[in-house]
Design a binder for this molecule. Sequence first.
Ligand SMILES: Nc1nc2c(c(=O)[nH]1)N[C@H]1C(S)=C(S)[C@@H](COP(=O)(O)OP(=O)(O)OC[C@H]3O[C@@H](n4cnc5c(=O)[nH]c(N)nc54)[C@H](O)[C@@H]3O)O[C@H]1N2
Ligand SMILES: Nc1nc2c(c(=O)[nH]1)N[C@H]1C(S)=C(S)[C@@H](COP(=O)(O)OP(=O)(O)OC[C@H]3O[C@@H](n4cnc5c(=O)[nH]c(N)nc54)[C@H](O)[C@@H]3O)O[C@H]1N2
Ligand SMILES: [Mo]
Length: 777
Amino acid sequence: MSLTRHPSLAHWGAFTAVVESGRLINCEPFDADASPSPMLGSIAEMVHSPLRVKRPSVRRGWLIENSGEKGDGKHNHNRNREGDEYVEVSWDHALDLVAGELTRVRRDHGPGGIFGGSYGWSSAGRVHHARSLIRRFLFQGGGCVDQVGNYSWGAAQFLLPHVIGTTSPVSGDVTDWASVLGHTRLIIAFGGMPLKNAQVTSGGAGLHNLPGWLAKAQQAGIALVVVSPTRADIPEGVDALWVPIRPNTDTALMLGMAHTLLSEGRHDAAFVQSHCAGFPEWADYLQGRHDGQVKDAQWAASITGIAPDTIVSLARRLVAQRSLLTAAWALQRAEHGEQPYWAVIALAALVGQIGLPGGGFAFGHASLNNIGQPRRPLPGPEVPVPANPAKLAIPVARITDMLLAPGAPYAFNGAEYHYPDIKLIYWAGGNPFHHHQDQNRLRQAWQKPETIIVHESWWTPLARRADIVLPATTSLERCDVGGSTRDPYVFAMHRALEPQGEARNDFDIFAALARRAGFEDTFTAGRDEMAWCRHVYEGMRAGCADKGVKLPEFDAFWAHGHAELPPPESDYVLFDAFRRDPIAHPLKTPSGRIELHSKVIAGFRYDDCPGHPAWLPPREWLGAKLANKWPLHLLSNQPKHRLHSQMDPTVLSREGKINGREPIAIHPDDAAKRGIADGDLVRVHNDRGACLAGARLDAGLLPGVVIMATGAWSDPDGSLDRHGNPNALTADIGTSRLAQGPSAQSALVDVEPYTQPAPTMRAWDLPDVHPADPTHI
Ligand SMILES: Nc1nc2c(c(=O)[nH]1)N[C@H]1C(S)=C(S)[C@@H](COP(=O)(O)OP(=O)(O)OC[C@H]3O[C@@H](n4cnc5c(=O)[nH]c(N)nc54)[C@H](O)[C@@H]3O)O[C@H]1N2
Ligand SMILES: Nc1nc2c(c(=O)[nH]1)N[C@H]1C(S)=C(S)[C@@H](COP(=O)(O)OP(=O)(O)OC[C@H]3O[C@@H](n4cnc5c(=O)[nH]c(N)nc54)[C@H](O)[C@@H]3O)O[C@H]1N2
Ligand SMILES: [Mo]
């Protein structure tokens, strides 16, 4: 048998695709990668999965309603969109239907009737990046309602510009590991550094270096403190002090530490004076001048569950040596998630080491691969997305609110807006039936639009709730260029397989639709796939050349399979120029300084996000009244064995389950109280819904906390999810009126043994798909 080998790339790593007789048989990790992700082993299974969407398919209920034969065309059919049959149609027919619907809705309702934000990770390849392509297509076609912000660091995204004038430190622009190894003595990691998350990076990873950096940090004697509700957030093989904390209370801890520094006169008054604005207002708050509550260690202890001595000692240790504070993105994916991020910056400001080698604050050291990896600030490969002429967008996580309440007002970052009235949803490259909170509420809202169009490679929970499903190729079935600005490589992705079934590239689907609407040349810019690969790479090459870095020409790059960027000349230290000279290098905030109090935010008069970092108890946390009814705090973290909902049906992901259900980690004491043994089938529930799960007893958890990973393909039966999707339980509320980010981590629940016979799981069943039969419709 002849084997062929093709360079390729996924969000979780670069690899060589090994193909035999038209089948992918292996994904060999990239040579330079010291710790490749085991998820590479899941790719072949998914590419050849029976769950692939084979042909364009239309939901029978929608087809009847819109056929003009039996339906009345009034779009008043049952839009439940669950469990319906699908009818396969030809590509031409499917494209005509999609083009017709886009034209109809644009004509009758304008761009505000079309929702095309299409949030989701899509593929690592940037030319075929589905979310970029759908927005390019819809924006060029007259615009649509877009989504702004993201689920990853949605609260930080709108807060940080007010506080430090940039969001870049959240997406990887942090003091690098070289600087940390050379200078830092203590790292306090809020949310820890779980290595499982550092497997992936959006755009793809050539290197997985976090395990190596952490081993070197240990050798260098750098102390690590992990503040987290679970010991599992200590990276494997690393000695660390575990400080268990009640979820969503890190802000109180940071305030208690800040108060300690202040009251003991240990804070860096000179740095605060020269580099910060609004210190007096924040100091008043810490000292309780207006609310009568001193935010001291004793106070913080009563909220966080951490002993006052520990809080005082952590604060003192911060100023006694070079220290780095880093906060996982999860902390801000919670109600009032703005506060811990503002507080960590403010605490670091009092410590006074911002801009010094190895010191200050950082974010997400293990939230994504290669955070802190030394790399030159050079551009990565990008496909251009023009501006949205409709100038319409909602905050990313407000989708259900929008669908349920067209025309309703909402506040966002200092302004007031109204939700549009959506008639058509178009999604490619994401899965809201994985990613959005309170799935039962979303399922209600999903019945509102007249038409829902989805491009997918698999019959995912989203595809199974669409009216028109267009089968998309995977990365292996097309040519592309991939890479991330956090990684020192750019990768050629060679087509390794023929398109499976009748799958087409998202790019070709949009080009065909643009042709029908008369703007094909604008969409393609006259380029085919290879011309786009060349164009995107050449764009990056030119950007690098401007900064004095020479990359090989496209043909050489393509033949070699990757190009490597030279390492930086010196260590990178966040805000070092600002520290040296805050007048010559001001921050892009109104004061040019770090804002410990923001006049702009105070001017918004939001009680859920005041003018300085503050402890604002969320509606759901262990100290809330509601905890009497729902006594366990549910955290839904990122899954170790898959990327969100991607690859959930594979052996690797299934091996992590308990009798086919997603595991829930629960403290042995909490389990014993409820008569739950390790491995039991349990029902996790609250007022919003319920899901089944397999109990995994874990003594390394703070009692009162339970943890389920996200990404189990949802499998609802009424309001019960039979598989274990934690978003059946999470709260669909904005972090605050400032950022309106998702609040996935603020959810109270209870758990009970499930005593009835285990129901059959349907998450990985195919829908009923019928070959086209005109007499049927
Ligand atoms: N409870 C809770 N919920 C969460 C989170 C949490 O911590 N807790 N985390 C949130 C976060 S941070 C995120 S980023 C989101 C992730 O949410 P998503 O990014 O929506 O999740 P994915 O499962 O990666 O969905 C990507 C989908 O795109 C499809 N896809 C991949 N490549 C292509 C392609 O080339 N073309 C097309 N057409 N489709 C493609 C995949 O098959 C998959 O179904 O989830 C959020 N949801
Ligand atoms: N394998 C894998 N890796 C991934 C992903 C994936 O799907 N699979 N998704 C990627 C994406 S899109 C993103 S945005 C990042 C997300 O990166 P993160 O948001 O950092 O990831 P999480 O796993 O949600 O949370 C990290 C840890 O924070 C802790 N934590 C949660 N709430 C609190 C709190 O209130 N206080 C404290 N101190 N700790 C808390 C939890 O114990 C959790 O294990 O991960 C990325 N990495
Ligand atoms: Mo994310």
